[in-house]
Design a protein around this ligand. Structure first.
Ligand SMILES: [Ca+2]
Length: 198
């Protein structure tokens, strides 16, 4: 690490608060869903915020440390904070609830889905972020979701295409059948003509 990068990292660690991560949420998700989850549900790095790897506090630039501090001070909702150690879901939680409410809910991680509501669907897979949290699937990965829910959502989403495909296939088969019938008639008429000429 160059001195320029080392200094902000050293400051961050010197000022480090007791806990940056909030494992209560992860523990609740694991217990509730039975699915293995890691810190990547809310953080940039799957090992969590503490460390020197990309997306962890020790790797942040001065500007990113400023962003981190601004995000930590977003006590009220709607601050549009961007925390460089959080992913879009982590930011969304803080911006929806505000840090004050978030810290209250930390004691009751089962209340997070209700507090978030079901309007946000960051990966646009049709399953709200709050439901993905409960299910232990990833709210930023549109291929991650309860299989039955994803199947039904995709069935509804592509219903029109499926119907059109069936119609097109039916029409194609009908057309092929009609063409073969017409070809058969043509061949028959040719054979009849040859026979009469003989
Ligand atoms: Ca989703």
């Amino acid at each position: 690490m160059t001195p320029r990068r080392f200094l902000p990292a050293a400051i961050a660690f010197t000022l480090a608060l007791p806990a940056y991560g909030y494992p209560e949420f992860q523990q609740f998700v694991k217990k509730n869903s039975g699915r293995g989850t890691n810190c990547a549900m809310c953080h940039v790095h799957p090992d969590g915020p503490e460390g020197l790897k990309p997306g962890q506090i020790g790797s942040l630039s001065t500007e990113e440390l400023n962003q981190l501090n601004r995000a930590r001070a977003a006590f009220e909702p709607g601050q549009n904070a961007h925390n460089p150690i959080l992913n879009a879901f982590g930011d969304s939680i803080i911006n929806t609830l505000g840090k004050t409410k978030f810290l209250q809910i930390r004691l009751h991680p089962e209340e997070l889905p209700e507090a978030l509501g079901d309007t946000s669907d960051l990966d646009r897979d049709g399953i709200p972020d709050s439901k993905e949290y409960i299910a232990g699937t990833h709210p930023l990965d549109d291929s991650s979701g309860e299989p039955a829910s994803l199947f039904l959502i995709n069935l509804r989403r592509y219903a029109f295409h499926l119907v059109m495909m069936v119609v097109a296939t039916g029409a194609g088969l009908y057309g092929l059948n009609a063409m073969l019938h017409w070809f058969d008639l043509l061949m028959s008429s040719g054979r009849d003509k040859d026979a009469s000429e003989k």
